[in-house]
Design a protein around this ligand. Structure first.
Ligand SMILES: [Zn+2]
Length: 80
């Protein structure tokens, strides 16, 4: 069994807490995607939902591909 020593996830979700005076008024969850993740995608899609938690893109995912063709105007030849 191979132990994966890569502890740097390509996608980090961090929690920011915003404060006003001493009272905590709001929490927001922020997803940070590294530029290297976008560059891993042949179409450089700037959508967090296009990437899996391990940082790989979904261009080879049939459902994602069908959505991209339908919603974003890509054609099948873009995925040759
Ligand atoms: Zn992609």
């Amino acid at each position: 069994m191979v132990d994966c020593a890569d502890d740097e996830s390509e996608t980090e979700t961090s929690r920011m807490e915003l404060h006003m005076s001493d009272r905590q008024i709001e929490k927001a969850s922020v997803t940070i995607i590294r530029q290297s993740t976008f560059l891993a995608c042949p179409h450089v899609i700037m959508m967090p939902s296009h990437y899996r938690p391990d940082g790989s893109c979904k261009c080879n995912d049939p459902a994602e591909r069908a959505m991209m063709i339908r919603e974003w105007g890509y054609s099948r030849s873009d995925f040759a």
